[in-house]
Design a protein around this ligand. Structure first.
Ligand code: FPP
Length: 243
């Protein structure tokens, strides 16, 4: 790669199932633009975006990925019009209700990461029900970041560590994050054309590989996921060392 050259991943070929990332995280971006291009309200983009999440979660599970984490609603998303916020909450409620009926059959664990005290009590109850079901399921885990902010997560963990009188080590600190017990994502995907982290998994992304593509989230499909994994498999991961 030249000094000013742009990295270009080779995304042709097939996924190597023996070298899968254990954990993939996705910033589901581009729903609003997808809807606008079709003359539809932004909420229509979120509705299709929720379908895309279902499809991609199934695809991850079938491939053998262990964890999928998606950014559904950030601590900053409350600034959006009330109608849009309520449409996203409605889609999350619908998803949780469906999950309560199907996660046991499909062996899918579901966790919600974020400050859940600020979401509607009705949604908090559904989160509790999905947690109870997840507690006795093994296998693939979907994590939905809801009222989530990376800085908020770090501050809370630091305060909790201090309140517990613990020595501030990486191990103690990580145990107070929303993601406690979940391995860091090896691969973070951002569709939708933007190339930024937007307060997502700030602690956990220390050694993640990033993959950006222009596809808008509602159009992101199985092949787009495979391409991201193939690009990841072509990367040279050194963790600060040499090979
Ligand atoms: C970002 O696109 C998307 C969001 C802020 C909301 C994502 C929520 C869902 C897909 C629905 C609920 C999720 C689940 C898991 C059931 P944007 O609106 O910022 O797009 P734009 O950049 O084109 O405006």
């Amino acid at each position: 790669m030249g000094l000013l050259g742009k990295r270009k991943d080779n995304t042709a070929g097939q996924v190597d199932r023996s070298r899968l990332p254990r954990h993939i995280a996705i910033i589901m971006d581009g729903n609003g633009r997808w809807a606008k291009q079709r003359g539809l309200p932004r909420t229509a983009g979120h509705k299709v975006g929720a379908e895309t999440f279902r499809r991609i979660a199934t695809c991850c599970k079938n491939l053998g990925v262990e964890y999928l984490t998606v950014y559904a609603f950030s601590t900053e998303n409350w600034k959006r019009p009330a109608e849009e916020v309520s449409a996203i909450m409605g889609l999350l409620k619908q998803y949780m209700l469906e999950a309560i009926d199907t996660m046991e059959r499909d062996q899918i664990r579901l966790r919600f990461l974020g400050n859940l005290n600020a979401i509607a009590p009705e949604l908090q109850e559904l989160v509790e029900r999905t947690n109870e079901i997840s507690d006795h399921i093994r296998g693939f885990q979907a994590n939905v970041c809801l009222n989530y902010g990376g800085r908020d997560e770090i501050l809370r963990a630091a305060r909790a560590c201090a309140a517990a009188g613990e020595e501030l080590t990486e191990e103690h600190f990580s145990a107070h994050l929303y993601s406690a017990g979940i391995p860091d994502p090896e691969l973070i995907i951002r569709p939708g054309g933007e190339q930024r982290i937007s307060n997502f998994l700030l602690w956990q992304c220390a050694y993640s590989e990033f993959y950006f593509c222009d596809t808008l989230w509602p159009d992101f499909d199985e092949r787009a996921l495979e391409k991201a994994i193939i690009a990841y498999q072509g990367r040279d991961r050194r963790y600060g060392g040499v090979k």
